[in-house]
Design a protein around this ligand. Sequence first.
Ligand code: SAM
Length: 223
Amino acid sequence: MLSIVATPIGNLGDITLRAIETLKKCDAVVCEDTRVTGNLLKQLGIGKKELISFHGHTDPGKVEHLINLLKGGKHFALVSDAGTPGISDPGYAIVKRARDTNIPIEAIPGPSAFLAALSVSGLPIHNFVYLGFLPLKKGRKTLLDSLRDEKRTVIFYESVHRIEKTLNELADTLKDQPDRPMAIARELTKMHEQVINTTVHDLPSIVQFLTKKGEFVVIIGAR
Ligand code: SAM
C-alpha cells in the first residue's frame, strides 16, 4: 500500500487526523528531505520511523527498489516537504509505477498552496489553469504571451528569487489589458500571510512595495 499524504504548507495545525494516523502506522515514510520530514514527525510526537529519501532527481533504480518493497507488502507514506506530493514536488514517478503495477494507492488529501491561494483570492475559481512553476528560459516567453488570451483564471508558483522579475514581465506582457485583475498570495497559513489584490496596471507599484521574502503564489484573472 502506498499512501500519498499531504502535509502543512506552514501551519502545523493543518495536518489532518488521517495524515497523523497514516504516518504513525506506515512502515516507512518516503520523503523529499529527511530533515524536514524528521522535524515534522517530531512535532507530531511520532517516534522513531524509517525515513527513505526520494527527491526530484531520484534515479529510476530507486523507484524500482521502492516498488519491489511495496510489492513485498510494505506500507509506505509518501510526503513532500510541504503540501501535496506531486504538485510541483516529487511523487509522480513512484505513483505512476505503483499504478502500472497494481499496487494499492490511497490519497490522504490536505493542504496545497495553489488551492489555498485560489480559495481566498476573490477571483473566479469555477474554471482555472494551474501552471506550476513557469519555465525559466525555453518556452517562457511563449507561455507568458499565451496568457494574453487565456479565458480561465491562471495560477502559478514563484520563488522568492524570481518574484520581482516575473511580476515585472507580466506587467509588461499584459500592459494592454490594464484592468485585468490579479492576486499575489504570500506566506499562506504562516504568521506573515498576505494576499494582495491588484490589477495589471497597478502591478509595478505593488512590486515596488512587496516584501520579497517567503513563498508566493500568483493568480491572474481571466481575460
Ligand atoms: N507541493 C506543494 C503544494 O502542494 O502546494 C508545492 C511545493 S513547490 C516546491 C513550493 C512552492 O509552493 C513555493 O515556491 C510557493 O510558490 C508555493 N508555496 C508553498 N507554500 C506556500 C505558502 N505557505 N504560501 C504561498 N506559497 C506557497
